[in-house]
Design a protein around this ligand. Structure first.
Ligand SMILES: [Cu+2]
Length: 423
């Protein structure tokens, strides 16, 4: 039996008997997921960026230079409870910790390579001297395993930039080697931002029942992530009503992702090329973020509730699944499933009425494989996974801890009625 990586629905643990016991001896990393770092804004002169399910890179000041230490290394990442992935990243994380600095800062990065192959770091969108650009073979020699290189430059811009390898790019980025490089303005223009989030989009090819991404896959991905977490593993974005909120999106995946926010409209205030003048900002409910770009979404969170924020490609709000299954919508298939089931134990086809009912079934997939649609909400299953999280806007918040699910005021929710009125 040829187990393609999307054979989730036709595969069971029996069919995967040859696969290694992937979770044996593996430490779940939820306990190791770093807590968000939130230094005092007053001391920094800017609102610190929150990297949901991630962290901010620490630095030390040395003779007026902001100094960072970066280790490129293999990391284990829990994408959601039940799935741990062998990734590569920085400082034990994927995405790497968010670098924050201020326009005018002189920065220095010591980069140590603990990968099994050579690497470099390219500072995407950063205006710097050519020799600091991190393109192996073009602007510097490769950083061989065990070696440390130093990069040093002065920041002369502000905006949402990124960092990633420019050495065996296909493999290293597909394994999770990406990170934000956020440069705050020296003289902030415009109203103060209250909540500033940074979310890296990611897509992965991880065959059901396995735990290592396949970097050679070019188009056919099966796991989609925010900051290398898949819903229901993604942290909610918690804001107070009327907080001026920014969501910075970074995309170094192979696809574009149309990012959609419910209940609000937002403006794109910047790209990886820097800020957009107010006169050129256009309102959106969805913005497409192409590969190799960043986008800053900004809005006033004036509408209380639990609002979906997700990629609008519906296959990207699902976890590992089989896209090669026959379309059975509208087909009576009571007998068919029995027949095929005799040939393929644990066979399931798309339901007669769609796939929504599949979330109700306790589908037992191969080990280390997330359910296709896995998140539960206050009214049942959300029938989504992948690139999905919830913006939680609340009127009264003592803290930005998760306030739980929204309770809509009486009479303001869709409700069941006995019958439509006669017309
Ligand atoms: Cu997408």
């Amino acid at each position: 039996m040829n187990l393609s990586r999307r054979d989730f629905l036709v595969s069971g643990s029996a069919a995967l008997a040859g696969a290694a016991p992937l979770l044996a001896g593996m430490t779940p990393l939820s306990a190791q997921t770093p807590a968000p770092v939130q230094p005092e804004a007053g001391a920094l002169g800017y609102t610190p960026v929150i990297t949901p399910n991630g962290s901010t890179m620490p630095w030390v000041m040395k003779d007026g230079v902001k100094e960072f230490h970066i280790i490129a290394e293999p990391v284990k990442r829990e994408f959601a409870p039940g799935m741990v992935v062998n990734c590569w990243g920085y400082n034990g994380q994927t995405p790497g910790p968010t670098i924050e600095a201020v326009e005018g800062d002189h920065v220095r990065f010591y980069v140590t390579n603990k990968l099994p192959e050579a690497t470099t770091i390219h500072w995407h969108g950063v205006l710097l001297p050519n020799g600091m650009d991190g393109v192996s073979g073009l602007t510097q020699p490769h950083i061989q395993p065990g070696e440390t290189f130093v990069y040093e430059f002065t920041l002369r811009q502000h905006g949402t930039q990124m960092y990633h390898p420019h050495s065996d790019e296909m493999v290293q980025m597909a394994m999770g080697m990406v990170g934000f490089f956020i440069i705050h303005p020296k003289e902030p223009a415009g109203p103060k931002i209250d909540r500033d989030f940074a979310i890296f989009l990611g897509e992965w090819a991880i065959a059901p029942g396995t735990s290592t991404p396949n970097p050679s896959v070019m188009t056919d991905f099966n796991i989609f992530t925010f900051n290398s977490r898949a819903f229901p593993g993604t942290a909610p974005l918690v804001v107070r009503q009327n907080d001026r909120t920014r969501i910075r999106i970074g995309n170094l995946s192979m696809d574009n992702h149309p990012m959609h926010l419910h209940g609000h409209r937002f403006f794109i205030t910047g790209t990886d090329g820097g800020p957009i003048p107010p006169s050129a900002q256009i309102p959106h409910a969805t913005v497409d973020v192409p590969p190799g770009t960043a986008a800053d979404l900004e809005f006033i969170a004036d509408n209380p509730g639990d609002w979906a924020f997700h990629c609008h490609k519906s296959h990207h709000t699902m976890n590992a699944m089989n896209h090669d299954i026959p379309n059975m919508i509208g087909v009576q298939q009571d007998k068919v499933a029995d027949k095929i089931g005799q040939m393929f134990p644990m066979y399931m086809a798309m339901g007669n009425n769609g796939m929504g009912d599949m979330t109700e079934m306790q589908m037992s997939g191969p080990p280390n494989t997330l359910p296709m649609m896995g998140g539960d909400g206050p009214y049942g299953s959300l029938e989504m996974g992948g690139m999905f999280t919830v913006l939680k806007v609340r009127e009264n918040l003592a803290s930005y801890d998760d306030p739980g699910w929204y309770k809509a005021p009486a009479g303001t929710s869709a409700r069941k009625v006995d019958a439509p009125p006669q017309t």
